[in-house]
Ligand binder design. Structure first.
Ligand code: WTA
Length: 654
């Protein structure tokens, strides 16, 4: 059976447990109905739960494809995430319960977090950072990552967080695209017992970043330098975080920001070699983040919320930092790998910190399944009351395992579909309201409208098609940094007669109950272990290698990672295909982009299957990579190329 057949035959239903609904934040469909009647009024209601320094004049100005939300309004994100809770008596409540991979621990109360943020905001001001300036953040998952983000928000600087697993070149390109003036990094971070040399990577990147004037370096261990990641400080450019913090004042008023001022840029992969700087603004983003966290995760005052994502991804932005903190929640933050030092690390963390809500990715769930039930069974997970999934389709088998083994059969599961571009969750059950089906992200949250469309924008009530969002929403991206034409082209040009329809790039299925089943990307973007990687990015990296003439990259189904990267490479004259060269090329991609982009398979080929107009037929390469019967080859310039490739692939696999 194919994945789609499995989904089509999925008939299990899980209504919300009655005792869950009884205490839930949202208990019935009143909000769905209100939002369906008037979505703008609904969003204005949600916005009014935040603290505004000045109320907005207009909730929505929509000139497709550009939306402006809450114009005229002013607010500060850090004030909403911090000061508001101090005023409400949450000063001594834990905001961040952090654990490092080696086992070091820190807890920051709202009072302490607010003080650190104000102090670091002054540090940034002292380095000349002003409203609208871009600040790069390239840190391990330590509290300083949240502190740095919130400090930027406090003074109106725009942060651009770069995942610590990305290479120096990736960091360089992101810093240059946004012309960042300051980078915040650390001497290192821990991943599977190894030290990630972030400062050394930063030094390499900055050799070609003329806009960066200052680097702030966090000492990852308060007791001294980390591992052997020897750090060289460049006089005048580099500063130790702890030294600047010692000298800075902790008094810093939150800047008055317009709702439409940019809060952050976050780069994500697209269908070209160049990642897109997704732009999010202040008011709308926070409305989406705060309201979805409260409703989808049913937040209560005494919850301990653990979103396992890194701040380098949108999930970390919205559900590790901004959403939970805007709600005054206690968040767990863990630096390292799930199997370090043992395969029960997550369950050990859940039990020791009393986690009540866990939000993680299908790729992790499938790895846990494979590792065996004995690891979670060794720990008391009885405080868990709600489970979440994000980043890729969750297969029903993994959903059931999550439900039974982790959730003890009692915790609702929220399978949340959204994207870097949407800013916050779009499709998801509400745990006290929606009957779930394993593998389905169910329905749009209140305030959203989604549809399945065919190529002519005709709605498909039941069946398969392209997912579309048919109304603007507050936390939607506003543009692509420096490239509004690409914004229009990528997201609002799929249906030329309907420039108001947002195309997320995903295909989906809709069943008789109207439930959405997101199937995955329909463009040249892969989803490897929940991380978006453009096939063109990997191809561009490969062709930079002196031995490579041409490269084509496709995804292939993978049991744990969802998709794995397969590269087909033709070599320049004078280069011989050897296994040493294969390893070299795989590592080359890892060095260029980051380890997450290292191809799983790499096949040398004398030629690539192309149409007569010279276009590489990826569809055929996918068939080859997944061992399927070859589809139609009649349009190929030279049909013998694929037959040869297929045999070669089979040999290599065997
Ligand atoms: C995929 C991550 C199915 C989808 C928040 C989307 C999902 C891309 C789900 C965005 C889900 C995310 N079910 N697919 N619950 N959640 N996706 O920008 O293909 O890293 O377009 O944002 O992940 O990835 P991104």
């Amino acid at each position: 059976m194919t994945d789609i057949d499995v989904l089509l035959s999925e008939s299990r239903r899980f209504p919300p447990p009655a005792d869950f609904t009884a205490d839930a934040q949202v208990r019935d469909r009143t909000l769905h109905a209100a939002a369906a009647a008037d979505d703008v009024a609904y969003w204005a209601d949600q916005a009014s739960t935040l603290l505004w320094q000045r109320p907005w004049d207009t909730a929505l100005e929509w000139t497709p494809p550009h939306a402006r939300w809450f114009t005229g309004g002013q607010l500060n994100v850090s004030e909403n995430c911090l000061d508001r809770h101090l005023a409400a008596g949450r000063g001594n409540k834990a905001a961040i319960v952090w654990e490092g991979e080696p086992g070091d621990r820190r807890t920051l109360t709202y009072w302490e977090l607010a003080r650190e943020v104000r102090t670091f905001a002054n540090v940034l001001l002292g380095l000349g950072v002003r409203k609208g300036d871009r600040v790069g953040i390239y840190l391990p998952l330590i509290p300083e990552a949240a502190i740095a983000m919130l400090a930027c928000a406090r003074i109106g600087a725009i942060h651009s967080v770069v995942f610590g697993g990305f290479s120096p070149e990736s960091l360089r390109d992101r810093m240059n695209d946004a012309a960042a003036s300051v980078v915040i990094t650390a001497d290192g971070g821990y991943r599977r017992g190894q030290v990630v040399p972030l400062k050394r990577n930063t030094d390499k990147a900055l050799a070609e970043c003329p806009s960066v004037r200052h680097v702030v370096v966090v000492q990852r261990r308060s007791t001294g330098p980390i591992g052997d990641a020897h750090v060289e400080m460049v006089e005048g450019r580099d500063h130790w975080y702890h030294e600047l913090m010692r000298k800075a004042s902790d008094v810093c008023a939150p800047a008055a920001m317009d709702a439409e001022d940019v809060l952050f840029i976050l780069y994500t992969s697209g269908t070209t070699g160049k990642p897109k700087g997704i732009v999010h603004t202040t008011g709308g983003y926070l409305v989406g983040a705060a309201s979805s966290t409260r409703m989808v995760f049913d937040l209560r005052e005494d919850d301990v919320f653990w979103c396992t994502a890194d701040v380098g991804w949108i999930t970390g932005h919205t559900y590790l930092v901004y959403g939970p903190l805007a709600n005054g929640a206690t968040c767990v933050m863990y630096e390292g790998a799930p199997d370090w030092p043992e395969r029960d690390r997550f369950w050990d963390l859940c039990a020791r910190h009393g986690v009540t809500i866990l939000y993680t990715a299908p790729t992790a769930i499938r790895a846990f399944m494979k590792w065996g039930d004995e690891h979670p069974r060794r720990h008391d997970l009885s405080r868990l009351r709600l489970l979440g999934s994000v980043g890729e389709p969750i297969n029903p088998e993994a959903w059931m395992w999550y439900h039974e083994v982790i959730g003890g059969g009692r915790c609702p599961i929220v399978d949340t579909w959204w994207q870097t571009e949407t800013g916050s969750i779009v499709l998801s059950p509400l745990p006290g309201v929606t009957t779930t089906k394993p593998g389905s992200a169910t329905e749009p949250l209140p305030g959203y409208r989604a549809a399945l469309l065919d190529a002519a924008a005709g709605e498909i009530p039941v069946g398969g098609g392209l997912l579309a969002l048919t109304r603007p929403w507050p936390s939607m991206l506003r543009t692509i940094w420096g490239d509004d034409a690409r914004y229009v082209q990528t997201y609002f040009s799929k249906w030329p007669d309907r420039p108001d329809l947002y195309f997320p790039g995903d295909g989906a299925k809709r069943d008789e109950d109207g439930y959405f089943w997101v199937l995955g990307r329909v463009d040249d973007v892969l989803n490897v272990a929940g991380h978006r990687i453009g096939t063109m990015e990997v191809e561009s990296a490969l062709v930079e290698h002196p031995a490579v003439a041409e490269a084509a990259v496709v995804g292939k189904a993978h049991e744990v990672k969802g998709q794995a990267i397969c590269a087909f490479v033709t070599l320049r004259d004078g280069h011989t295909p050897t296994s040493a060269l294969r390893d070299d090329l795989r590592s080359f991609v890892a060095t260029k982009i980051g380890a997450l982009a290292r191809p799983d398979d790499l096949l040398f080929s004398a030629d690539l299957p192309k149409t007569r107009s010279g276009k590489i037929m990826r569809r055929l390469l996918r068939d080859i990579a997944e061992g399927r019967a070859l589809g139609d080859t009649t349009t190929l310039a030279d049909p013998s190329v694929v037959a040869a490739l297929k045999d070669q692939y089979a040999d290599q696999e065997g």
